[in-house]
Ligand binder design. Structure first.
Ligand code: PLP
Length: 366
């Protein structure tokens, strides 16, 4: 038996998802006591207290399987968003939702349209199910070019991923852009609106995907508890989708795909809306401090509706390395001339700004 015969040859070009460096790795290498991991768009605070208490309470019952139907959480999400519970599917992170969607609709040879750069998981799930990714470059200002994405749709297109706000650029497309897109997108295409950073958005021009959801139209809204709700390590996200599609997702998901701790943590996190508002406001304030630092240093950046900021640099490798030496981990994109910096606590912002000042003095122009 040869491994090359056994394993699907079309998987050969894929590379495993590469997570950012961990703080402990950088602490060891840099000798810095304080290291800021601002590379994975996580929230700097832990889960909200009511969720922590609920998690502690269920731990002694981990001998039991989780509720495979996520009944309580689905009901709560359905009430929160005024959609039927049959339209809600919960996943092991919204990552699982993206993969399940690809799994139920893609056949080999299909095309999947997404912007680029955008979330790295879109090309991965496309390739895993034998489809072809069609990457549409961002428009001026690092925003999704919905007209160009429409133009990229062919009879072979089965899926379009719209990331709003977009990771890694943090930018949004507007209601007007989206309504033009919706009016023109052909009915054979499933549009997946990935709103992983929805709760951070403050721009009134942002189109909430749910406002366009009617249970029939082929659109899906994917969201997550990994970001503003601080549950990244537990893995819980959800889709709001037409019931027919939800039925298909339930057929292919694992029987107990969302663990009990994640389900209760997500359920109770939804009760602390005041904390969500506080986090959104604090995140916004930290971004304004960073913007003024970037303006002062002449760094070009995209205004972000998320908990990260994408900035351009002609020397990404040097800037990435210099920030590491100052104890700040950001996300790089190989040799692409840009880096992504996560928003942390107010103390993290102060340390980050100090690090930028040091490296600007050392490297000259960033
Ligand atoms: C745009 C986008 N979608 C989906 C996800 C996946 O989130 P999770 O699987 O943690 O819910 C992420 C995570 O970084 C993201 O940036």
């Amino acid at each position: 038996m040869s491994w090359d015969e056994l394993i699907r040859p079309d998987l050969a070009p894929l590379v495993p998802y590469a997570p950012g460096l961990r703080a402990s790795q950088v602490r060891e290498r840099s000798g810095k006591d304080v290291v800021l991991k601002l590379s994975s768009n996580e929230h700097p605070c832990g889960p909200v207290p009511i969720a922590m208490a609920a998690m502690r309470e269920v731990l002694p019952r981990m001998n039991r399987y989780s509720d495979g139907g996520c009944t309580a959480l689905r009901r709560k999400l359905s009430e929160r968003f005024s959609v039927p519970a049959e339209s809600v599917v919960v996943g092991n992170g919204s990552n699982e939702i993206l993969r399940l969607l690809a799994q139920v609709v893609l056949r080999p040879g299909d095309e999947v349209v997404f912007a680029w750069p955008s979330f790295v998981v879109y090309p991965m799930v496309t390739a895993i199910f034998g489809a072809t990714g069609v990457k549409v470059p961002l428009a001026e200002g690092d925003v999704l070019d919905l007209d160009a994405m429409l133009a990229a749709i062919t009879p072979k297109t089965r899926l379009v991923f719209l990331c709003n706000p977009n990771n890694p650029t943090g930018t949004i497309y507007t209601k007007a852009d989206f309504e033009r897109f919706l009016a023109a997108v052909p009915s054979h295409v499933l549009t997946v609106i990935d709103e992983a950073y929805f709760e951070f958005v403050t721009d009134s021009e942002y189109p909430d995907g749910l406002d366009y959801f009617d249970g029939e139209r082929p659109i899906v809204i994917a969201r997550t508890f990994s970001k503003i709700y601080s549950l990244a390590g537990l893995r819980v996200g959800y889709a709001i989708c037409p019931p027919k599609l939800a039925e298909a997702l339930h057929k292919v998901r694992e029987p107990f795909n969302v663990n009990t701790v994640a389900q209760v943590a997500a359920y109770y996190s939804l009760d602390d809306e005041a904390e969500v508002r506080r986090r959104r406001k604090e995140n916004q304030e930290q971004k304004t401090y960073l913007y003024s630092c970037f303006d002062r240093l002449g760094i070009q950046y995209a205004r972000s509706e998320t908990n990260f900021v994408y900035f351009h640099t002609s020397q990404p490798v040097e800037v990435f390395q210099a920030l590491l030496e100052e104890g700040v981990i950001v996300r790089d994109f190989g040799n692409a001339p840009a880096l992504r910096l996560g928003i942390g606590t107010p103390e993290d912002t102060q340390m980050t700004i100090a690090a930028f000042d040091v490296i600007a003095a050392r490297l000259g122009k960033i």
